[in-house]
Write a protein that binds this ligand. Structure first.
Ligand code: ADP
Ligand code: MG
Length: 261
């Protein structure tokens, strides 16, 4: 039987807002809930690949092959230490992909083409999460064109909401061109420090302007979250009882519950 996984692009053109951290830990949370998850590392920096312990020597097949060579997803996936979570790693090769794609006619639909249901339907995947680079480049456009929805991590700091209007504009353009059904999965506040009044303000502003799009689950700033990748672990495994672990587990549950609504 063919089942088509839900494809979610994790996007914010700003760097350091928690995209990769969310990709790894939401992925781990969904796997923990019993889902089969594939994470596609679409950032040439390869932080998600490193954070899941995929050494460079194990990246011969990677997201460049998937995108540019149109190699089957099945051949590019590597298993991780986490049961139920596999990853297509990224290498710096991907940084040239942006330039190479410009010359290609179907440049914006490369990822969509290789993720067609008939090419991935037999893999038994429930979710594909795409960790995007910190830009609205062709790589990110490819992710948004192939995705069912976009999930936006928003760092709880001043100016956080300002970048959102540019992102919303890009989502609108993608809807008008290659992917009319692109949804917005939601906005998740990351690195939240409840003692900081500025962070409280960002939360209030986000809820006022974005309403239900804001996930109820808020990811707190938690040092265990930032330590976990250097042990090639998700925070769920690194420190299961930490606030960061509990928050990402709650996010995974909310994500699935919303999906069913
Ligand atoms: P992006 O992928 O958007 O560039 P990252 O996920 O790499 O952002 O996060 C940027 C930095 O912030 C990383 O060093 C990461 O470990 C740290 N970080 C992310 N989320 C948290 C959190 N909830 N608490 C503490 N540190 C965090
Ligand atoms: Mg990143």
């Amino acid at each position: 039987m063919l089942n088509t996984p839900k494809i979610v692009a994790i996007v914010n053109q700003k760097g350091g807002v928690g995209k990769t951290t969310t990709a790894i830990n939401l992925g781990a949370g969904l796997a923990r809930e019993g889902h089969n998850v594939a994470l596609i590392d679409l950032d040439p920096q390869g932080n998600a690949s490193t954070g899941l312990g995929i050494e460079v020597a194990r990246r011969e097949m990677n997201s460049y092959d998937l995108l540019i060579e149109q190699t089957d997803l099945a051949d590019c996936l590597q298993s991780s230490e986490i049961e139920g979570l596999a990853i297509v790693p990224a290498t710096s090769d991907l940084s040239s992909a942006d330039v190479e794609m410009v010359a290609m006619g179907h440049r914006a639909t490369l990822l969509k083409d290789v993720l067609q249901p008939n090419r991935i339907g037999s893999l038994g995947l429930d979710y594909i999460l795409i960790d995007c680079p910190p830009s609205l480049s062709l790589l990110t456009i490819n992710a948004m064109v192939s995705a069912h929805s976009v999930l936006v991590p928003l760092q709880s700091e001043f100016f956080a909401l300002e970048g959102l209007s540019q992102l919303m504009l890009t989502i609108k353009e993608v809807r008008q061109s290659a992917n009319p059904n692109l949804g917005i999965e939601g906005v998740v506040l990351t690195m939240f420090d409840g003692r900081n009044r500025l962070a409280q303000g960002v939360l209030a502003d986000a809820r006022e302007t974005l309403g239900d799009l804001v996930f109820d689950t808020i990811i707190p700033r938690n040092v265990r979250v930032s330590e976990a990748p250097s042990y090639a672990q998700s925070v769920l495994d690194y420190d299961p009882a930490s606030k960061g672990s509990l928050a990402y587990r709650a996010l995974a549950q909310e994500f699935v519950a919303r999906d069913r609504m």
